[in-house]
Design a protein around this ligand. Structure first.
Ligand code: WT7
Length: 648
């Protein structure tokens, strides 16, 4: 198949910060002398004490440790707010668009300062101090941003838990981070439906047991009557009235933690990815500026939820560090109509739009009319993140949404990387639909084979990063050994991404998806082990194995093989019950798409489940099951193939 290439348009090469030669020169400089390069870039943020030690990083094998700007001091909230007050106090910082199109508001940098200071004072009066952890379980309302920035102001470490997670998942995260303080809302509102956030918090605290959570701060969103525990729970609007709109910022070391964000891995419970202060802010600010070619006055919209890293880095921290106007959307792409995204773009004159392939694919199904009836003339640049974007979706996004005029930046990165690592720059990079193209400044990707041999030129294998960049995670909260094991043991001395990839003749990278037991469902990461352990917690389930399979909208769907306890009957009703069970245990994003009842799972003689075979069956590749002779009972495979569930 002939490869399509989209050249940089003349307008873009004129307006952008960098053209192709500019990219190449800056990239060369960044990898040739990282110390010098990043010492210069560090100046983009305000430091109370300038760093003199720039890079002190070691990918092992021994003593894995990552430190950037380690003798500098700064504060993230100061950089995202206070620093802008003199020059852009009356500029809009956050445009908030509610679930209901009749609700929206604009928050200037000066108003943001007042709100964040109040939130910080409310927290401080209840004992929150530097180094304390705070759990934030919120809908997409401005108070979620205030809470995160208030933590940053006080030097507290936030752990944002996506509002779609269940009380159990929330409880696990509260326990792991040992958070005494929770910020939540009475209810969330998405697509006209209410989400019982406070009720979930109460259930989570019940599960965690006494002595951990002392305070719950409740923001009124819907005004629903919720249970308020005296002495523990307080309404934010009431508390905020009692405090001042000024609050001093805490001077933080560059390597002091900023936040923990839990993410799924191939084994065990979700890991608390820990990001720190200075390097993270420099990296997210820089990538936000260059990747989105952000200029003063632009209106920028990233559709993620603040519960994911994309929301942290590219709704909040990167844009606000750059003094940008960032749009925060409470709702969903299909409410009240399938044109919602495009209506919001017209309503607020959005110039830069950043969303996920799964959203594009689902909107594509409704055809072009819902898009074409809107103007979108303000749009200049489109972005994609979260999973590989298939060329059909890329072309539709480009032709229909962008009217053929807007470049698409397909940005590859991870919760762990803090910011974008592989991406086009709109004024510099020719685009190939489906490729994340080239590394950002300071990033050294390599393709390795299974033995860790570094492959040169055109190659296919696993993606590793050979050296550190400032936005990199520093550790797994409370478990540095797990950090080293997960990311630095597969290919000693290199950061292993967990992704497969291909590099073409032009040096472009094509991410092919996860090579571990992590699946990517609608751009959200799910550990197959987590879904399995939720399933086996059901009294009627004896064993479960979960794999991903190609899904037209979600990218990957969740396929579960379930063996029942002796005497239990596989019924349609039980199938539904198990789906509901997983939703309750983890959250709706973990709902299995297909459940196959299996009398037995394919195991080796030593009892290990051969997931490779299960994956092939789920992918409909029966003819290609590979060697099944090492199975303890090869006959189980026939049953599995015969009873494969069909995609719905
Ligand atoms: C995994 C990370 C990065 C923020 C959102 C997801 C996949 C992400 C792309 C892309 C191909 C992508 C990878 C990665 N991924 N972006 N542009 N092209 N794959 O963060 O939940 O930590 O997931 O998402 O497989 O490892 P995350």
């Amino acid at each position: 198949m002939e490869e399509k290439i989209y050249d940089v348009s003349p307008e873009w090469s004129r307006r952008a910060y960098l053209d192709d030669a500019g990219y190449k020169a800056k990239y060369e400089a960044s990898v040739k002398d990282p110390e010098r390069f990043w010492a210069e870039e560090a100046k983009r943020i305000h430091w109370f004490k300038q760093p003199t030690r720039i890079k002190n990083t070691n990918f092992g094998p021994e003593n894995v440790a990552i430190r950037w700007f380690e003798d500098g001091t700064t504060n993230v909230a100061y950089n995202c707010i206070d620093r802008h007050l003199d020059t852009r106090g009356d500029q809009v910082a956050i445009i908030w668009e509610g679930d209901d199109p009749s609700e929206s508001k604009k928050i200037t940098y000066r108003e943001l300062h007042d709100e964040v200071c109040r939130m910080a004072n409310v927290m401080r009066n209840r004992g929150v101090a530097k180094g304390d952890r705070v759990t934030i379980y919120m809908p997409m309302i401005p108070e979620a941003a205030y809470a995160m920035l208030a933590c940053a102001r006080l030097g507290a470490i936030h752990s944002v838990v996506f509002g779609g997670f269940s009380p159990d998942s929330l409880a696990g995260r509260i326990e792991d981070a040992k958070t005494a303080f929770i910020v939540t809302a009475d209810e969330g509102l998405r697509g006209g439906r209410k989400v019982p956030l406070k009720e979930n918090v109460d259930a989570a605290i019940e599960r965690v047991g006494p002595g951990i959570v002392d305070h719950v701060l409740v923001v009124r969103r819907t005004g629903a009557a919720v249970n308020m525990v005296p002495g523990r729970d307080v309404y934010y609007d009431e508390a905020a009235q009692m405090v001042s709109g000024e609050c001093p910022v805490e001077e933080m070391n560059a390597e002091d933690p900023l936040f923990i964000l839990y993410t799924s891995g191939s084994t065990g419970k979700p890991k608390g990815v820990l990001h720190t202060t200075g390097g993270y802010l420099v990296y997210t600010a820089m990538t936000h500026q260059y990747v989105f070619d952000y200029h003063d006055g632009d209106v920028y919209w990233c559709t993620a939820d603040v519960g994911w890293v994309t929301g942290h880095s590219y709704i909040l921290y990167g844009p606000l560090a750059n003094g940008a106007t960032t749009l925060m959307f409470e709702g969903v792409p299909t409410y009240p109509s399938i044109s919602r995204f495009w209506d919001v773009i017209d309503k607020h004159n959005v110039n830069i739009f950043y969303t996920a392939p799964t959203a594009i694919r689902s909107l594509m199904q409704a055809g072009e009319d819902p898009v074409k009836k809107t103007s979108r003339k303000s749009l200049r640049l489109l972005g994609s993140v979260g999973e590989p974007i298939n060329p059909e979706a890329w072309e539709w996004y480009h032709r229909v949404v962008g009217d053929g005029r807007c470049p698409i930046v397909d940005t590859w990165w991870q919760t762990e990387t803090g910011g974008i690592l592989i991406t086009p720059l709109p004024g510099a990079t020719k685009l190939k639909p489906g490729s994340a193209t080239r590394p950002f400044f300071g990033v050294k990707p390599q393709v390795v084979d299974a033995d860790g041999k570094v492959l040169e030129g055109q190659a296919e294998g696993n993606l590793v990063i050979a050296d550190s960049w400032p936005g990199q995670m520093r550790t797994v909260y409370g478990d540095h050994e797990r950090f080293v094991q997960t990311y630095f043991s597969t290919y000693p001395g290199k950061y292993f991404t967990g992704d497969g990839c291909r590099r073409d003749a032009d040096g472009y990278y094509w991410i092919t998806g996860r090579v571990d037991d992590v699946i990517n469902v609608s751009g959200h990461r799910m550990g197959t082990a987590e879904v399995e352990s939720a399933l086996v917690a059901h009294p009627k389930v004896s064993e479960a194995a979960v794999v991903g399979y190609p899904h037209d909208i979600k990218g990957q769907g969740i396929y579960a093989y379930v063996t029942l306890m002796a005497g239990e009957q596989p019924t349609e009703e039980l199938r539904k019950e198990l789906v509901a069970w997983v939703r309750k245990e983890i959250g709706p994003i973990a709902s299995p798409d297909l459940i196959q009842f299996a009398p037995g799972l394919p195991k080796t003689r030593s009892g290990k489940i051969m997931r490779r075979i299960l994956r092939k069956i789920a992918e409909d590749e029966f003819g290609n099951l590979g060697d099944t002779s090492t199975l303890a009972d090869p006959a189980v495979v026939n049953d599995l193939v015969e009873n494969r569930q069909n995609k719905r």
